[in-house]
Design a protein around this ligand. Sequence first.
Ligand SMILES: Cc1ncc(COP(=O)(O)O)c(C=O)c1O
Length: 419
Amino acid sequence: MSIFEQRESEIRAYCRVYPAVFDTASNARQTDENGKEYIDFFAGAGVLNFGHNNERMKQAVIEYLQRNGVTHSLDMHTRAKRHFMERFSRIILEPRQMSHKMQFMGPTGTNAVEAALKLARRATGRHDIVAFHHGFHGMTLGSLACTANQYFRGAAGIPLTHVSHTAFGAEGATADTAMQALKLLEESYRDGSSGVTAPAAFLVETVQAEGGVNIADKTWLRALASLAKSVGALLIVDDIQAGMGRTGSFFSFDDYGIEPDIICLAKGLGGLGTPIAMNLVKPDYDRHWSPGEHTGTFRGQCLSFVAGSEALSYFEDSYLMAEVKEKEAIMQSVLGSLGAYETIEIRGKGMLYGVDVGNGERAKTIVSRCFDAGLLVSACGSGGRVIKLIPPLTTPEADLKAGLAILVAVTQDVLQEAA
Ligand SMILES: Cc1ncc(COP(=O)(O)O)c(C=O)c1O
C-alpha cells in the first residue's frame, strides 16, 4: 500500500480520479513518475492559465529567490508587492476607469469570498446574501453557505444560514425563467408585507465553472446589477475561476457592461500556480474596514506577486487574448462534431468549455478513459454530468488539437456503447 493509501485522509479526491504520481510539468503537459505524459485540460482547476512552469514567471521567481527577496511579509510593504500593485493598477484597473482598492487576504478563493461577504454585511447592516443555483464559492462556512452543491453543504455539520439561492440566468432556454425569478424578488423587496427584505449582496459568477459551465445571459446579469443597485445591495462577482483571461478578456464580465462593487480573484492571479487571493473593492465600501479586521498569515504572497506581475504582461497587449479567441474557435469546431448526439450539449466561452453528457456515470467513464489515453479532464455540474475543459491559455495548438481528439474519440466510444 502506498503512503497515500496508508496515511492520506479519506478526503482525498482528485488523486482517485487521476491515479498517477505526477512529477514534472511544462505548459500544457504533465508527466508522471513512470514517464507517461498527459495533456492537461484540467490545469489545476483553472489556476494554471499560463501553463505549468511558465518560463517567464519561473525565471522571475528564481531571480527573486537568488537575491534573497522577502518571501513572507503578511501585509507589510515589499518591493514585490508594490511592483504587482502598480502593474495591476496600470494594466487592469486604469484602462477600465476602475477606482477599486485591492484587498489581500488568506491566499485561497474561499478567503476572498468570506471577506467580500463580511464587507457587504458590514457596509449595508444587512445579514442576507442572495446566491444562485449551481453556484460554487468555496468550502469555509460563509462561502459554503453560498455554494449550492448539497454534497459539499452536507459536510458543514451546522445549518448554513443567511443565504438564499435563486435561479441563475444562464444563456439559453432557462434565461426567461431566471428573469421571472429576479422580477419576483424585486417585487418582494418592494412589498413591505412580503416577508422578504433586500439582501446585503448578490454573489454571482459570470460563468459558473464548477456548476457545469453555465454562461450568464447578458440581459439577465445586467438586470441583476440594476436590481442590486436599486435596492442598495452590493454586486459581488466571483471571478476566481473564470477571470484572468480565461474567457478571452481579463475579467469574465468585461463585455457585460456591469460595474461590480466587489470582484473576487484568486487561482490564476499568482501566475505560476502559487497561492494568492485578492478582492477589488469600490472605495465607498472599502472604507468600512478598520485596520487588521480581516487578517490572514499568508495574505499577500511575495512569490505570487513576482510571478503574478509577469502574468500581467499577457494583458499589456492583445496577443494572448486574440490567441484565446482562435483557440476557442478550434474548441468549438472540434467539439461541434459531438453536437450530432442528441444527449450532448456543448457550452463555453473563451477557453472554458463544458461537454454536458447528461449523466454523471457516463461522464465519470469518459474522464477515466481520457486519463488512460493521456488527457486530464474533470467532471462538474449537477451529478458530475459535465466534462469541463479548462486548458492553459498558452496551450500549443498541437496539444489542444491532440487533447480534443482524445476527448471526442473517447466520448464517441462511450456513447456508442451506451446506445
Ligand atoms: C468560482 C469559485 N469561487 C471560489 C472558489 C474557491 O476557491 P478555493 O478552492 O481556492 O478556496 C472556487 C474554486 O474552485 C471557484 O471556482
